[in-house]
Every structure is written in C-alpha cells, then in structure tokens.
Design a protein around this ligand. Structure first.
Ligand SMILES: [Zn+2]
Length: 390
C-alpha cells in the first residue's frame, strides 16, 4: 500500500511527484495542481504532502515501511496523519467562500514562514486556489517568490488560466487528466467498498467524476434525480411539455442545492451569533446586525452558485444521453454512458439523424453557457427544452 493508491488513473502525475519526493534537495516550493472537476486534484496534492512528510529514511532502509521502502509508504504515522488531515505541519485550506480574502492569505503566509514543527516540510495545501482575489494573490506571491527554505505550497485549481499569470509562472505544473471509467470504478470498489456492478454504473454515469460517482453509488436519491433529468429527453414532445419539464428540471436542481447548503448555513449563523455573544437572534444589538447581514449575503451568493452548479451538472447528464444517441446513429461502437437506457436511446436514435442530435447538443451547450453567464436559469432551460422537441 502507498499514499498514491487513491490517485486514480494518473500514472504520469504519480511518477512526477514520486520523483520530486525522491530528490528533496531539488524541491520546488510552489506547485499548481490542475485538472477538470472530479479528476482528483486535491487527492493528488494530499498524497504528495503525505509522501513529503513520510518517515521512511533517506536510505529507504529504516522506517515503518520496512527495508527498501519508498517515501509515501502510507502506513507510518506521518503518512496516516497527513491523509487524515491532522498532521501539524500540513495545513489544508478548503473554503466554501466565493473568494479567499487578503486577510486569510496574510495569516497563511505568516504560518507558512514558520519552520516545520515535527515534519520535514511545512506544507500549505490550498484546494480552491482559483478563489484568490487579485489582491490576495499578490500577497501570496511574495511568499512564493522568496520561499522559506522548508515551505511547500500546493495550489489546486481547475486550469492554469484560473490563476493570475504571476503565480502561474512561479509554480511547477502538475496536470491531471480525466481518469478512465475503469480506474474510477476500481477506486470505488477498493476505497469505498462499493459493489463492482454499482461502481461500474456510477463511474460511467458520472463520466469519471470521482466525487459524483461516489455519490451516485451511495445515494439512491441521487440516482433517481439523475434518472429524472434524463427523462426530459423522452418527454419534450410539444411546447407545453417542454415548458413544464424545463420548470421541473430547474426546481429539482434548486431543491438539491438547497438541501446541500441549508444545514451549513444554519450552523454558520449559530456560530456567528455565539461569537458575537448573542445567542438569540431577537436580542441582536443594531451594531452587530451588519455582520449578520454580511454572512447572509455571502450565503445567498453561495446558494446561487450551488444552484447553478447542480443545474449545470444536470445539463451535463442530459448531454450524455444525446451523446449516446449520436454514438448509436453513427454506429461508433463505443460504450454508452447510459448503457442501462440502451433501448430508449436506440428509440431516440431511430427518430432522427446525427445533424438533429448535434443541434440538440448545441442547444444544451448554449443553455450551459447562458446559465454560467448569469442568464435567468429558467429562461435558458426553457429555450433549450423547446429546441429538444422532435
Ligand atoms: Zn510513510
């Protein structure tokens, strides 16, 4: 076993990081992990952090891994505590906020400047480095340009372009790709103990997005909601149905997003009130109301983004169905994402030609683009549903 076991389907990345771990004298102090959502950026960064702190000695002969062990053994105290998120010299920054502000970064930079307390390195892992504001990125830049000798920054973002160029150019890139369906299914079986048939379905349906695949495999509600989304393709027979189904799709996405954020919102509010010394909201002095208001504004923004994300995912699912239709129409002979709907897909494929299917895929892509550009989601989805009619 090793810390790399959970880095599914990324042999090049693992090779690159193992090499870096093996030559500490040539250590790069800032790394940028990029890859599409669900490809395992933060999993890879965490594994790297664990391997950096691993207690296996330089000669590889002594340590918990036994003779000949390589750093990243996965069994020593350091490996296990890093992976569990409790190692004193590895700080993981995971934010639900829309942006990482300059005060947060200043505190991080200060901590990063300290020598490691027990481990070999002081590691700061930022999961959503694309959320740095320009100002906070500049604050971070100084620490990356003149890094303390034993500090390592691990930044994660969807793509290098999500980072300001000054930071991008000072980081060594680690590029993850979309893992294969088989790799993701194998991970779900091994790591999460999921039944192989279910794991294969979930990895396929999630199109190799590791987190989504796990949710689909474990949560029947998520599977039902996905099925409901796909159903839209078979039900938009006329203008009336298109409008009704579009409304339902937006509602389902909205409910799912609310369910995901409501509990956290309430906990944050309770925390804030407690920290302000006002347990009951009714007794809040006017001077403190602005702080509560700021939190509510933040939460509202987050809820809006969550709704947009869930809806976008639903449209990706819907597009996967038309992609399957196209595969059948072209006789491409590759696996269907929605193999369990093979008969229905074949039915849709018979009812039209590839041009029509491509036009429908375009309509879905247009809706996604418009929603990410802040068009009213219902309007965007309605226009799409109308374009999906036979
Ligand atoms: Zn170890």
């Amino acid at each position: 076993m090793s810390v790399w076991d959970d880095v599914a389907g990324q042999p090049e990345v693992v090779a690159q990081l193992r090499e870096a771990v093996a030559i500490p004298a040539a250590m790069t102090h800032a790394w940028l992990f990029t890859g599409p959502p669900g490809s395992g950026r933060s999993t890879a960064a965490r594994a790297f952090a664990a391997a950096l702190q691993c207690e296996v000695n330089d000669d590889g002969a002594v340590g918990a891994g036994g003779p000949g062990a390589e750093r990243g053994c996965g069994v020593c105290h350091a490996c296990r505590t890093v992976l569990a998120g409790t190692h004193a010299d590895v700080q993981v920054v995971a934010t639900e906020k829309l942006s990482i502000g300059v005060d947060d970064v200043r505190a991080l930079v200060q901590r990063a400047a300290r020598a490691p307390s027990a481990g070999r390195w002081r590691v700061v892992l930022v999961e959503d480095a694309d959320r740095f504001t320009e100002h906070s990125a500049n604050t971070l830049l100084k620490s990356i340009e003149e890094p303390p000798p034993r500090t390592v920054w691990l930044l994660c973002a969807p793509s290098p372009e999500d980072m300001v160029t000054t930071i991008q150019s000072r980081c060594r890139p680690v590029r993850l790709r979309v893992p294969s369906v088989e790799d993701v299914a194998a991970l779900l079986v091994r790591r999460d103990g999921i039944d192989p048939t279910m794991a294969a379905y979930a990895a396929r349906a999630a199109q190799s997005h590791v987190g989504l695949a796990r949710r689909l495999a474990r949560d029947e509600g998520a599977r039902l909601r996905r099925r409901q989304v796909l159903q839209l393709a078979f039900e938009v027979t006329g203008v009336g149905e298109a409008v009704v189904r579009a409304g339902e799709l937006v509602d389902v996405a909205s409910e799912e997003a609310t369910a995901a954020t409501a509990e956290r919102d309430a906990a944050e509010r309770a925390d804030l009130l407690r920290s302000l010394g006002a347990e009951a909201a009714g007794s809040l002095p006017p001077a403190l109301r602005s702080q509560v208001k700021a939190l509510e504004d933040d939460q509202k923004k987050r809820a809006t983004r969550a709704k947009r994300d869930v809806l976008d995912r639903a449209l990706v699912d819907l597009a996967s169905l038309y992609r399957d239709v196209l595969v059948v129409q072209l006789g491409a002979g590759v696996d269907l994402v929605n193999a369990e709907l093979g008969r229905e897909v074949a039915g849709l494929a018979r009812r039209g030609g590839p041009e029509q299917t491509l036009a429908r895929l375009d309509a879905i892509a247009t809706a996604r683009r418009r929603i990410s550009a802040n068009v009213n989601p219902l309007l965007a989805v309605e226009a799409m549903a109308l374009a999906l009619r036979p």
